[in-house]
Ligand binder design. Structure first.
Ligand code: ADP
Ligand code: MG
Length: 240
């Protein structure tokens, strides 16, 4: 569904992505893992066409992301930091987005209800807590029943109840043959939600395969421990 081929990206002298190769298939959920600043959000933005790669190519459904924008309607994106017009109410924001996407046949409001956003439709965006903003971003990502969901730190800042709501939603939609790319620092969350892992360190892809294989290879039961093991291994290799 998504193929990333030899993608490199620099910001000035900083090499943020170094010759990344990865494929993402429908029906699978991928955990995108790596320390702060390792390039996760930049890779996501390259796939979405929000950042242009300096080298390499990215195709979604067989078509280059540079050729047209229409592929984006297949993708639901939950940004790490959602930016919305300050004075708009939650209700106005959802109406506006639905108007923009009036071509979409399906509207999935399950998360609006699950997060009880329907009870705060009159609240203005600038008055919302970080967690509530995250809920709005999540509800928007799932709104048009997209085939592909890219969630950048979806559980960050959410209260425990909301974390369970979004996890349940992800697991439910996974049953419907969707493709998920999820980043998080909370590896126990990803352990439940993903079966493939991509580990980025300093712009390089250190691991890209199934989580089961990663656990087997490192002899660890938990994803967090397994990742720590390959991280140490890689750092040693760089020093050597
Ligand atoms: P992650 O999501 O893994 O924390 P990012 O992809 O956000 O990492 O950032 C990777 C690196 O690129 C960081 O050092 C960050 O400061 C830098 N970076 C990201 N976006 C920009 C930008 N628009 N201009 C300059 N540097 C950027
Ligand atoms: Mg990020």
């Amino acid at each position: 569904m998504i193929s990333v081929t030899n993608v490199s990206k620099r910001f000035g002298s900083l090499e943020v992505l170094k010759t990344i190769n990865a494929n993402f298939e429908l029906g699978r959920s991928y955990a995108l893992i790596g320390p702060n600043g390792s390039g996760k959000t930049t890779l996501i933005k390259c796939i979405l066409g929000m950042v242009m790669a300096d080298e390499g190519s990215i195709e979604v459904d067989g078509e280059s992301v540079l050729d047209h924008w229409s592929y984006r309607s297949k993708i639901g994106y939950m940004p790490q930091i959602g930016r919305y017009p300050d004075n708009m109410t939650i209700g106005q924001l959802f109406s506006m987005i639905k108007d923009l996407r009036s071509d979409s046949k399906v509207v999935d409001e399950e998360l609006i209800e699950g997060f009880e956003l329907d009870k705060m439709m009159d609240k203005r965006m600038h008055t919302l807590s970080g967690g509530t903003r995250q809920k709005v971003s999540a509800a928007l990502a799932f709104l048009f029943d997209p085939k592909v969901l890219i969630l950048d730190e979806p559980t960050a800042g959410l209260d425990p109840l909301a974390v369970e709501v979004i996890k349940d939603k992800i697991l439910k939609e996974m049953e419907r043959d969707k493709l998920f790319i999820i980043t998080s620092h909370i590896l126990s969350d990803l352990d439940e939600l993903s079966s493939y892992a991509l580990y980025l360190d300093n712009g390089s892809l250190i691991y890209n395969d199934s989580i089961a294989l990663l656990k087997e290879e490192t002899g660890e039961i938990r994803l967090g421990k397994a990742i720590a093991t390959i991280m140490k291994r890689n750092r040693k290799k760089i020093k050597a």
